[in-house]
Structure formats: structure tokens, C-alpha cells
Design a protein around this ligand. Structure first.
Ligand SMILES: CC(C)(COP(=O)(O)OP(=O)(O)OC[C@H]1O[C@@H](n2cnc3c(N)ncnc32)[C@H](O)[C@@H]1O)[C@@H](O)C(=O)NCCC(=O)NCCS
Ligand SMILES: Nc1ncnc2c1ncn2[C@@H]1O[C@H](COP(=O)(O)OP(=O)(O)OP(=O)(O)O)[C@@H](O)[C@H]1O
Length: 200
């Protein structure tokens, strides 16, 4: 049975992964968005809300998981984060299998997975693209976000494989430290290159 070529898309906080994922989607490539799946499952009536409330009492409400509050807790406490991941990651893996089954006939799909290297998913994809920008660009983008502090940014960075390592391990690097148009051109070139490989 044939299956699509799977391109894993990853990158550290604020590097522009979601923006680049949209660029793939705009070119007609099906994109599995791990973060969006998590948000859905943590949202109002989300499937994971009861388990998260049981593990972290008071962390949910009528709108589902209070993400900012839960983030403040788990990003500063690795044991707590591991407990949350044990609840969330198996559900994401199931959603990813469903996605692949739905797009079995596509030539190429993208798995947008923030923690591809951190959680050992790189073996489950055929090639890895890393989005990357200079640290100053990353820092400015992240600190401009509401609710973000220098400490939280530092805590999250410490949990992630460093950008330089990600770039070294990538099959393709997409530079997001430039204009959106230039980044879009890189995405188009990569899709063309992967499509050529599939035809060869
Ligand atoms: C703790 C939560 C509720 C905080 O949500 P919030 O909206 O405040 O932050 P957001 O999800 O945008 O994450 C901010 C940054 O931290 C990174 N991050 C999120 N979870 C993790 C993690 N487990 N390990 C390392 N970095 C992480 C994200 O990639 C992003 O760069 C949420 O991140 C969560 O449920 N995380 C656990 C599930 C997970 O691992 N998700 C990411 C991959 S599917
Ligand atoms: N060339 C570019 N490529 C990608 N994003 C860019 C570029 N130039 C500016 N940006 C901006 O940088 C921001 C990147 O945010 P985005 O949400 O895509 O990052 P992310 O890597 O998904 O973040 P996180 O891991 O924290 O969820 C967006 O506001 C985007 O418009």
C-alpha cells in the first residue's frame, strides 16, 4: 500500500512554524497541526479536560483548560510537565494516525510537530524541515506576545533542543528571519523539490 511522503515540520518557540505550516496548506499540502489538536482536546468539552482537571485540580473551567495558568505551572516544573505530556501525547498520536488515514492518497503531507526532536518523532517522518531565524528575531517575536515574560521564555527554551542542533539535524532549513515573501518562496521550492523526488 502506498502512503504519502511525510515531511515533519518543527522549530523552536517563535521561529514561525505555524506561519510556515499555513504556507504549505496554501499550496494544497495537507497539514497535521499537533498544537491545534491539543487546543481542541483542551477546549470547551475537549476530550482531555476531565483527565487534566483530575491531575491538576483547578486548571480547567467552562472554557476548558486554562492554558496560561497551566503553562505557568508546568513550564517551571518538569515533573508536572511530564504528567501533562503523559495525558496529552498519546491522544495526539491517535489524532495523527487518523489524519494519515484520511489523507492516504495525498502525495505529500506535513506533520507540524513542535516537539519533533524533543520527543523522538523524527524517525516517524521521511524528512524533517526546521524553521529557523536568528536568536534576536526569535526573542523579539516571543517577548511581544501577551502574557510572555523573559523567565517563561527562558524556561521554555531550556526544555527545547537548541536551534543550532535542530538545524544540524534537519534535512531542510526554512529561514524565517527574512520577509514573509522570501519564506514563502522557500516553501514553494521545497514542495517542488519533494514533488520532483516523488516523480523520479
Ligand atoms: C502547557 C500548555 C497548556 C501551555 O499552553 P500555552 O498556550 O500557554 O503555550 P503554547 O502551547 O503556545 O506553548 C508555548 C511554547 O512552549 C512549547 N511547548 C509546549 N509544550 C511543551 C513541552 N511539553 N515541552 C517543551 N516545549 C513545549 C511550544 O512548542 C511553544 O513553543 C500547553 O503547551 C500544553 O498543553 N503542553 C503540553 C502538550 C504538548 O507537549 N504540546 C506541544 C506539542 S503537541
Ligand atoms: N519570514 C517570516 N516567516 C515566518 N514568520 C514570520 C516571518 N516574518 C515575520 N513573521 C512573524 O513571526 C511570527 C511567528 O509566529 P508563529 O506563531 O508562526 O511561530 P511558531 O514557531 O509557530 O511559535 P510557537 O512555537 O511559539 O507556537 C508571526 O507573527 C509571523 O507573522
Amino acid at each position: 500500500m502506498t502512503r504519502p511522503l511525510i515531511l515533519g515540520l518543527t522549530g523552536s518557540i517563535g521561529m514561525g512554524k505555524s506561519t510556515v505550516a499555513r504556507m504549505f496548506a496554501d499550496l494544497g499540502v495537507p497539514v497535521f497541526d499537533a498544537d491545534a489538536e491539543v487546543r481542541k482536546m483542551q477546549g470547551p468539552d475537549g476530550a482531555l479536560v476531565p483527565a487534566i482537571e483530575a491531575a491538576f485540580p483547578g486548571s480547567t473551567g467552562p472554557g476548558g483548560v486554562r492554558r496560561e495558568a497551566l503553562g505557568a505551572l508546568v513550564f517551571a516544573d518538569r515533573d508536572a510537565l511530564a504528567r501533562l505530556e503523559d495525558i496529552v501525547h498519546p491522544a495526539v498520536a491517535n489524532a495523527r494516525m487518523d489524519f494519515l488515514a484520511r489523507h492516504a492518497d495525498a502525495p505529500l503531507v506535513v506533520f507540524d510537530i513542535p516537539l519533533l526532536f524533543e520527543k523522538g518523532g523524527a524517525e516517524r517522518v521521511d524528512a524533517v524541515a526546521v524553521v529557523s531565524a536568528p536568536f534576536e528575531v526569535q526573542r523579539d517575536r516571543v517577548l511581544a506576545r501577551p502574557g510572555m515574560t523573559g523567565t517563561k521564555f527562558a524556561d521554555i527554551l531550556a526544555l527545547q533542543v537548541p536551534d543550532a542542533d535542530k538545524r544540524a539535524r534537519a534535512d531542510h532549513v526554512i529561514d524565517t528571519g527574512t520577509t514573509l515573501d522570501r519564506t514563502r518562496a522557500q516553501v514553494r521550492a521545497l514542495v517542488d523539490k519533494l514533488a520532483d523526488g516523488l516523480r523520479a
